[in-house]
Design a protein around this ligand. Structure first.
Ligand code: AMP
Length: 397
């Protein structure tokens, strides 16, 4: 048992029908998989179970179909998966009933079968007990390897865990271990960097982090709301002025939890929201009324640099500025590269996640140098908010 959840180390899969929940929600262009990252991520678990003689029966959703819809079939994904895992992957046209049962009856030990999109049945998202029962009939054990879907209590992501012996797959295990190192039982001191456009989407996240970390760096558009709340004139910057009281409440909570809040001390501003528009560094007392803050300023960048030096663990979500537009990517790029250097030097455990954050780390060319980068999106954010994830809770012993 790893941590407090069951893994593939706790079960002999030989000869067993293993219902394996995976994330096959890959981007497609013209009927072909355009990015196979998610398939590569689930390959180790599939290969391990197959090599040990288990019958691998893949369960996954694809897209958001309302009922059966050919454009959301998993059939082309199963073909692409076969290329990645270098094994044949059979396909059944339905995830329950006669098509699934017949295909499974034909399996030999070590075979891999992909069942059709679970969301072709509306009962999947309802976690409908009868549907869970239909799925459970098809397997002897359930292995959940889809962390990215673990914030949803659906039939294949949660319900099955109450019907069959439940285990974490290797990808799930790696994600949970990395997250545990970041916020569960981290090496101290811990800092979080939170950026992005808005406070409103990250209130729960900020409220949870201030109780868990030693220092919280706030950047991006959301820092403007905090600066405004403190009386700084922020010109035409993106901000949610109606959330000033929320910002102050978060700062008070941080103070009572002994969490240092690190806000920008200067700003990189521009008069146009456009790439390569002229940029200027200003102190917070001198921001021109018709300008916009588009990045943290040079002194703030230096401050964040030294905060990273002081930390043993870093958790990061959200860019520090409008990183899609040069030169307003600078604060984010400098911090990303520095965190990567510290990680490579074994001075820092660095965990990052969220769509824009992954894009920013890729832009900096350092995603591979972080200790762990989560591509899980919603599930990663809910974890950062401190919420229990149903698909993980059900794996606990
Ligand atoms: P989020 O999805 O909340 O993580 O926000 C990411 C977006 O915030 C990115 O598209 C950034 O360009 C944007 N952003 C970050 N800082 C600023 C800023 N100072 N002004 C405007 N947009 C920003």
């Amino acid at each position: 048992m790893a941590g407090n959840f069951r893994t593939l180390d706790d079960v002999d899969v030989k000869g067993q029908r293993v219902l394996l929940r995976v994330d096959l929600n890959v981007p497609m262009e013209n009927g072909h998989v355009s990015d196979a990252t998610r398939l590569e991520r689930v390959a180790p678990t599939i290969n391990e179970i197959a090599t040990k003689g288990g019958k691998v029966i893949l369960l996954a959703h694809f897209g958001r179909p309302k009922g059966r819809d050919a454009k959301d079939s998993l059939k082309p994904v199963a073909a692409a998966l076969s290329q990645v895992i270098k094994r044949p992957v059979a396909f059944a046209d339905d995830c329950i009933g006669e098509p699934a049962a017949t295909a499974i009856a034909a399996m030999k030990d070590g075979d891999v079968l992909c069942l059709e999109n679970t969301r072709f049945h509306k009962e999947e998202e309802k976690n409908d007990p009868a549907f869970v029962g239909e799925l459970a009939k098809l397997g002897d054990i359930w292995v959940n390897d889809a962390f990215s879907a673990a914030h949803r209590a659906h039939a294949s992501t949660e319900g099955l865990g109450h019907k069959l012996p439940a285990y974490a797959g290797r990808t799930m295990q790696a994600e949970l271990d990395a997250l545990d190192k970041a916020l569960g039982r981290p090496a101290k001191p811990v800092i979080a960097i939170v950026g992005g456009a808005k406070v409103s989407t990250k209130i729960d996240l900020l409220e949870n982090l201030v109780t868990k970390v030693d220092a919280l760096v706030i950047g991006g558009g959301m820092a403007n709301t905090f600066l405004h709340a403190q009386g700084v004139q922020i010109g035409k910057s993106l901000a949610e002025k109606d959330l000033a009281a929320t910002a102050l409440r978060i700062m008070e909570k941080a103070e009572s939890s002994n969490c240092a809040i690190i806000l920008p001390v200067d700003a990189t501003v521009s008069f146009h929201f456009a790439a390569n528009s002229p940029s200027f560094a200003y102190g917070l007392d001198a921001i021109p009324p018709d300008s916009m803050i588009l990045d943290v300023g040079p002194q703030s960048t230096a401050r964040i640099h030294s905060a990273i030096d002081d930390a043993a663990t870093l958790v990061w979500n959200g860019p520090l500025g409008a990183f899609e537009l040069t030169p307003f990517d600078r604060g984010t790029m400098v911090a990303a590269k520095h965190a990567a250097e510290r990680t490579k030097a074994k001075k820092l455990i660095s965990v990052a996640g969220g769509g824009d954050t992954v894009a920013a780390l890729n832009q900096a060319g350092v995603a591979g140098d972080f200790s762990y980068v989560s591509t899980a999106g919603g599930a990663f954010l809910e974890w950062m908010e401190g919420k229990p994830l149903p698909g993980v809770e059900v794996l606990k012993a």
